[in-house]
Ligand binder design. Structure first.
Ligand SMILES: [Zn+2]
Length: 344
């Protein structure tokens, strides 16, 4: 017998999640380990962790696949969960989204009966309070009100008229051609924070001579937009000046639009320090002592080599060239189409 398509199981799990999120299932406990599940067609099925009375399970059960009702029971009452029996005492139709302190957002079922009486509303409130007391978070951890977090993968550098360095960060998505935001590095501390967060030396980034940040589809983007050694998270907020401009009428007033997003800080907790053996992580250096020059393709090749060799650096530029010749598909040459790979 052919083994079942894993997609068949995934589909049913997704249907179960969607139905639970929409509150479409009425789940009540029958006895330990068995529940009654009523869904759209109003027919109650007796469901356990292993079996269900529905038509779908009749067909797919013998293939070792769970129907959406069994999936729902596994989601609501994970096997071995201590509280499973307590939870079965009331139907679950309410949900809340909270953050685990490690940053993962989780949808958590809240016991809630329909129709909602003041008592059940109170008990739902108590449930959520208990979750918060236990350490679940309402906001993504580490963020203040109004702050957002964004992953960025590359950067460019230019200077203001008074020679203040300006760095612009870019998203990975190929359709976002413009920078996500830019930041003035006004002080030496700003420069150090940038270098520590990105793993790049500011002066190693080629200086873009334009007055506005270079876009990803510019013909010289490959030279001036430098990939970061690893993606980093930046914390940003809406610029108060932009909010004021918008509140006062925005474009209609003819006033110049201020920049919408401002950099608040780098999320260093999300950026593990690059592994290095002795030398500064900001320096790309071959094992023979030679430094990687400002060429972004050489930098990209170097980073790809390190990434694919558990942090070991290439012996020399020649070693790297040889490696690249065989591993071009592993190198993220900035903004250049991938070369056609030819079978050996
Ligand atoms: Zn079923």
């Amino acid at each position: 017998m052919a083994s079942p398509d894993p997609q068949m199981q995934t589909e049913r799990m997704e249907r179960a999640i969607a139905a639970l999120a929409a509150g479409e299932y009425k789940v009540t406990a029958l006895e330990p380990g068995a529940w009654s599940v009523i869904n759209g067609d109003k027919v109650p099925y007796r469901v356990t962790h292993q079996a269900c009375e529905c038509k779908d399970f009749e067909n797919i059960g013998k293939l070792g696949i769970r129907c959406k009702h069994i999936c729902a029971i596994h989601i609501l009452f994970p096997k071995g969960a201590k509280q499973a029996m307590e939870q079965t005492l009331s139907p679950i139709t309410g949900w809340t989204r909270l953050y685990h302190p490690a940053g993962v957002q989780v949808t958590i079922p809240i016991p809630l009966e329909k129709p909602i009486s003041p008592e059940t509303a109170q008990s739902a409130l108590t449930s959520v309070s208990s979750l918060l007391d236990a350490g679940w978070l309402v906001e993504a951890p580490g963020l203040e009100e109004g702050e957002q977090k964004q992953e960025v993968v590359s950067v460019s550098r230019r200077e203001s008229k008074d020679s203040t360095p300006i760095v612009a960060f870019y998203l990975a998505h190929p359709k976002t051609l413009k920078k996500f935001l830019h930041a003035y590095l006004n002080t030496q501390e700003d420069v150090l924070a940038f270098e520590a967060a990105t793993g790049l030396r500011l002066n190693a980034i080629p200086l873009w001579p334009g007055e506005r940040d270079i876009d990803k589809d510019h013909r010289e983007a490959g030279k001036y937009i430098v990939p970061l050694p690893h993606p980093i998270h930046i914390v940003w907020a809406i610029n108060p000046k932009w909010q004021q401009w918008s509140a006062e009428g925005g474009k209609a007033t003819g006033a110049i639009e201020p920049h919408k997003r401002i950099l608040v800080r780098y999320d260093v907790a999300q950026a593990p320090a690059p592994k290095s053996s002795g030398t500064s992580p900001l320096v790309r250096q071959y094992a023979d002592g030679a430094l990687v020059n400002g060429d972004t393709n050489e930098q990209a090749a170097y980073d790809a080599f390190v990434k694919n060799s558990s942090g070991a650096k290439p012996e020399s530029k020649e070693t790297l060239k040889t490696w690249v010749a065989a591993n071009r598909h592993l190198v993220n040459f900035n903004n250049q189409p991938k070369p056609q790979t030819t079978a050996a």
